[in-house]
Write a new protein. Structure first.
Length: 212
């Protein structure tokens, strides 16, 4: 049986704050977002972190909150991030930070110790996928230590063994897990070492800033 796609907290190397159009959810997706806390005035509420970039974050809240409200969000106890609500759409809220944060530092901290799932990082580059005798060019949309999400008009067969190469990373032996609406999820046969992944992400961030 094909595995169900899982939506987890998505980290972005972009300097821009997330917008409502950056994320989609559906009944076919299992959501396992990172839990944080948000301070509004003199009260503290729990929230779910859906998307975070250097410039802001998208969260799911369980209380009423108005646009332009000043807030403080904690992903890690004792390390608040100050900002203001930039938009509200149903239970999703966009927050613009007062000052940019280092997403790779946040990512590295989130990978320390016990964690329910490995964080995903938004990327936008082409991957070479070898499926038997066929070599396909697909666009990588996010990566974690454990796998990739690819976008392509060509579907891969769940359960099949493939080899994926990303620019700057050694080819990785993988297994296809799911297909959904033009996206394919694959898992690496071995976890990417954290220093290797972080080093690659730093190169990707530098390339993004040079291109902008």
């Amino acid at each position: 049986m094909q595995e169900q796609p899982v939506e987890t907290t998505l980290y972005s190397l972009s300097d821009a704050a997330p917008s409502p159009a950056n994320r989609r959810e559906g009944d076919r997706h299992l959501t396992l977002y990172r839990v944080g806390s948000i301070v509004i005035g003199d009260r503290r509420e729990l929230c779910l972190i859906k998307n975070i970039s250097a410039g802001g974050m998208m969260i799911r809240v369980y209380c009423e909150i108005a646009r332009d409200t000043r807030v403080s969000v904690e992903l890690k106890s004792g390390h608040p991030i100050e900002g203001a609500v930039s938009w509200v759409h149903d239970s999703s809220v966009g927050i613009s930070f007062d000052a940019p944060v280092d997403v790779i530092d946040l990512l590295s901290a989130s990978m320390e110790g016990q964690r329910p799932r490995m964080p995903r990082i938004e990327v936008d580059c082409f991957a070479s996928v070898r499926d038997g005798a066929n070599v396909l060019r697909m666009r990588a949309r996010d990566i974690s230590q454990g796998g990739l999400k690819l976008e392509s008009t060509t579907s891969l067969t769940p359960g099949s063994d493939v080899v994926v190469a990303l620019p700057g990373l050694a080819p990785q032996a993988c297994v296809v897990r799911w297909n959904d609406d033009g996206f394919t999820g694959i898992t690496f046969n071995r976890l990417l070492p954290l220093p290797e992944l972080v080093g690659w992400l730093e190169l990707q961030r530098s390339a993004m800033r040079e291109a902008s």
